[in-house]
Design a protein around this ligand. Structure first.
Ligand SMILES: [Zn+2]
Length: 219
C-alpha cells in the first residue's frame, strides 16, 4: 500500500515537472488545464468551461509594444516637467507642471497625498514603460534579458497601481470647478501627459503576454 502511494506521488510529481507542463495552459478564471493550440493572427482561444479568454494571437505584438513603450518614454519627461495647466485671473497668470504639483502638495504638509501622486502617477507608469521597453528590445534582438522573468512578473503587479487616468480625471474635475473663476490655459505638459497615458494603455493592448513569457522562458 505504502509502495503504491509513493509511486502514485512520484507519478504526480513527474506529471507536474515543468517539461510536461509546457504544452498546457491553465484558465486564469477556473483553473481548467487545457492543451495549447497554435493560433493564427487575430484568432482567440477561450475556455470551454467559463468562456474566459485564454490566448489571442496579436499581429507584430513585440514590435508594436516596443514602439509605443518608446513613444511613452519620450513623452514622459515633458509630461512631468512642462506645465499641465495655467490659470489666468485679474492680470495674473500661474501655471504648474506635475512635479511642481507634487512639490506644492508636500509644501502644504500633505505628505501622504504627495507620496501617493509620486508613486501612482510618476513611478508606477515610468517603471511599467521602462520594463516593457527593456524586455521587448531584448526579445527583438534575440538576446537573453537579465532578470526578464522577474521583471515581467513585476510589470504584471504594477498594472493595478498605475493611476494616470485618475490624475487626469482629477484635473478635469478641478478645471470644471475653476473655469467660472479664471481662464484656464492648457499647457504642453498636458498633451505629453495624455500621450504617456495613451502609450501605457496601448502597450497593454498590444502586448501578447503569453508570447513574451514564452520567449523569455525559452532563453
Ligand atoms: Zn475557465
Amino acid at each position: 500500500m505504502a509502495e503504491l502511494q509513493s509511486s502514485a506521488t512520484d507519478d504526480a510529481n513527474a506529471r507536474l515537472h515543468p517539461d510536461n507542463l509546457r504544452g498546457l495552459v491553465a484558465c486564469p478564471h477556473c483553473d481548467l488545464l487545457l492543451q495549447k493550440k497554435a493560433l493564427r493572427y487575430s484568432e482567440k482561444a477561450k475556455c470551454p468551461r467559463c468562456d474566459c479568454l485564454l490566448q489571442q494571437k496579436k499581429k507584430n505584438s513585440i514590435e508594436r509594444t516596443f514602439a509605443v513603450a518608446l513613444a511613452g518614454l519620450i513623452a514622459f519627461f515633458p509630461a512631468m516637467t512642462l506645465p499641465l495647466l495655467g490659470l489666468r485671473a485679474g492680470g495674473l497668470e500661474n501655471e504648474a507642471s506635475l512635479v511642481e504639483c507634487i512639490q506644492a502638495v508636500l509644501k502644504n504638509e500633505l505628505y501622504f497625498a504627495g507620496l501617493l501622486i509620486l508613486l501612482f502617477c510618476v513611478l508606477a507608469p515610468l517603471f511599467r514603460l521602462l520594463i516593457i521597453f527593456y524586455l521587448t528590445s531584448y526579445v527583438m534582438n534575440g538576446k537573453e534579458a537579465p532578470y526578464g522573468v522577474e521583471l515581467l512578473r513585476f510589470f504584471h503587479e504594477l498594472e493595478e497601481w498605475g493611476m494616470l487616468e485618475v490624475f487626469l480625471l482629477g484635473l478635469v474635475v478641478s478645471l470644471y470647478k475653476i473655469i467660472g473663476l479664471a481662464d484656464a490655459v492648457f499647457g504642453f505638459g498636458l498633451v505629453a501627459f495624455v500621450m504617456v497615458l495613451m502609450a501605457s494603455t496601448m502597450a497593454t493592448y498590444f502586448l501578447d503576454e503569453q508570447l513574451l513569457w514564452e520567449q523569455l522562458h525559452g532563453q
